[in-house]
Ligand binder design. Structure first.
Ligand code: KG4
Ligand code: ZN
Length: 364
């Protein structure tokens, strides 16, 4: 048995300040602690994440998160073998806060520094939670990301496609706002959709049947807006049934788009990797039971295993960064004090940049 590797991870690329301790031994990682300090209250009045406010909150809370993560793991900095930090992509002030904090810890302790791509953190999460082997197909689906990736190694990704405008979570949030539901919008829309008639309104399925794996959600969001405005014009407002039917119709349309694109991505992936039929999802939208069940069904029809990590590791956290850092550490990767914070950092540099930015800033 080899010696365990214990890494401290830091994440601050959007609106969660997170620190975690992960131990890796014989090819399996274990989360010893994972602390996430959210900022939702700070941005509520602005209808979105304000980068400068986020960056200041990260700078204030990173040391709190680190102390708490170490305490919950029952360890100190002297027990660590390295510090992994999100070095991009994301809101630059937040990423800088994390990178500066990690550099400070490494300068003071002499620990090695490992800069991690936030998207790689998400993409490698199924290896942390379920120990799945390379290669696999990954769908990142959140408020800030939406892309299909073939994951072959900690630094080996091919992007099959992604959103050309909004991320799906962003569409859930915008639709919730225009229907007067709370933020973040996903859980509220899912709850309203339960009693709704998904067939009452005819909503588009953008890009469906196109011969690639790209997605689009902004036209769907606009169609919901138009339908709402027509109802308001004709009847003076929305009834509870109108709202439920719109939510159900919207959710059904997102499901149909994701399922169609997933089918296509799986076909491409399985053509290349017939011996590894496995698909994983991560991101807040994967919490939606209808979407999750539909994607699981698509995977089943293609004969592929479906892996959906527990929600707290699907959404932004530092355990995924510590785990990805540990895999990179094992490849021999080390950074030094010249490590830069990057607002953009595509996982697959052979592909043209995606046009869509996502609510929380351009990701790749
Ligand atoms: O991964 P995440 O926590 O943060 C990033 O965006 O990076 O994802 C948050 C997004 C929000 O847009 C939220 O509305 C969406 O995930 N979400 C959901 C559900 N729960 C959260 N969308 C649909 N159905 C849900 N149950
Ligand atoms: Zn994320």
């Amino acid at each position: 048995m080899s010696d365990p590797l214990i890494l401290l991870g830091l994440e601050s690329s959007c609106d969660d300040t997170a620190a975690a301790v992960v131990r890796r031994l014989d090819g399996r990682s274990e989360v010893l602690s994972s602390v996430v300090i959210g900022q939702s209250g700070l941005h509520d009045a602005f209808g979105g994440v304000v980068p400068e406010i986020a960056a200041r909150a990260h700078a204030e809370k990173l040391d709190v998160a680190v102390r708490q993560a170490l305490a919950e793991a029952g360890l100190s900095l002297s027990d660590m073998d390295g510090v992994a930090v999100t070095a991009g992509p994301g809101l630059i002030g937040g990423v800088l806060s994390g990178v500066m904090c990690a550099k400070g810890i490494c300068a003071a302790t002499g620990l090695p520094l490992i800069g991690v791509n936030h998207l790689a953190g998400h993409a490698l999460t199924p290896r942390l939670t379920d120990g799945i082997a390379y290669s696999y197909l990954m769908l990142l689906v959140s408020g800030g990301h939406c892309q299909f990736l073939i994951v072959r190694g900690p630094e080996d990704f091919s992007r099959l496609g992604g959103t050309i405008d909004d991320a799906p979570g962003e569409a859930f949030d915008k639709v919730a706002r225009l229907l007067g539901l709370a933020q973040p919008g996903g859980p509220g829309i899912e709850a309203e959709a339960h009693g709704g008639d998904a067939k009452r309104f005819s909503l588009p399925r953008p890009l469906i049947d196109r011969d690639d794996c790209n997605l689009s959600f902004s036209g769907l969001k606009t169609a919901v807006l138009r339908t709402r405005d027509t109802l308001v014009q004709e009847f003076g407002g929305l009834t509870r049934a109108d709202r439920a039917d719109l939510c159900a119709g919207f959710q059904q349309a997102v499901c149909d788009v994701l399922a169609d694109r997933m089918r296509r991505a799986l076909r491409l992936y399985l053509g290349e990797n017939p011996a590894q039929p496995c698909v994983a999802v991560a991101g807040g939208v994967a919490a939606n039971m209808q979407i999750r069940a539909r994607l699981e069904q698509v995977a089943g029809e293609a004969g592929a295993r479906f892996v959906a990590p527990p929600l707290k590791l699907c959404t932004d956290n530092a355990a995924m960064i510590a785990h990805a850092g540990a895999e990179l550490f094992e490849t021999g990767l080390r950074h030094d004090m010249t490590l830069s914070a990057r607002p953009r950092w595509p996982l697959d540099t052979t592909q043209a940049a995606l046009v869509g930015g996502g609510r929380k800033g351009a990701k790749a």
